[in-house]
Design a protein around this ligand. Sequence first.
Ligand code: BMP
Length: 250
Amino acid sequence: APPQMKRIPLEGKKIQHPIGKKLIEFALKKKSNLIASADVITSSELLKLAEEVGDHVVALKLHTDIIKDFSFDLIDKLKVIAKEKEFLLFEDRKFADIGNTQELQFKEGVYKIADWADMVTAHPIAGEESLQVFEHVGVVAIVEMSSKGTLTDDYYITKALNVAENSSNVLGVVAQRQVADELLLFTPGVNLSSKGDTKGQQYNTPERVFKAYHTDFMIVGRGIYQSVNAKESAIEYQTAGWNAYLESLN
Ligand code: BMP
């Protein structure tokens, strides 16, 4: 179905995937559509951040391959915090290969992502069948990037959305625009005080992503983990995001 002018509230979205349903359940219960991106490089920083922001997010997005001292002890501890504070573990691996290789990267190697992640990101660039290897997790397909000069033009986005809509383990997409209601929309590149960085990142406000793009979940990295008080910042983003979401329903 084509995107509508009026947005559908989270509880009205027809999401089939169990992980998508879980995200919506957490969002409504916690009054949060915030995902914190925990782009820190040590286990201790990551665990501290998870404790601080956990009550205010629906998921913690990770880049486990940047963690210097990665171990399954870290994963075990994160799982405990996630269960207690009710958020999902979202590995932003951005798979982008043929199905067979992606399956190995997903299940094997150092990180064994398949053993613990609730959600993963993947580029749909290798086509629909390549995404079938991600079993028992929610896949978020990257259809449009936030950075300056990204190659994800309108043609690519249309084709990528098509792949996403036809893949049963895809629960949503990362994009900087409104998408069909059957998909959950995740939007990174959100910051309350900065317009961008010196490496191509571009930022929007929570207000813009909820009202103009009808996003379902905003992803905030440096705005939270680089702030003086991560918990206070998470509350600030949670409140700004949830209010913008509620206003966008009218
Ligand atoms: P920050 O808010 O610090 O700019 O972090 C954004 C996070 O979202 C990073 O982890 C980045 O990898 C991710 N991301 C993004 O910024 N733009 C995209 O298009 C897709 C992403 O996954």
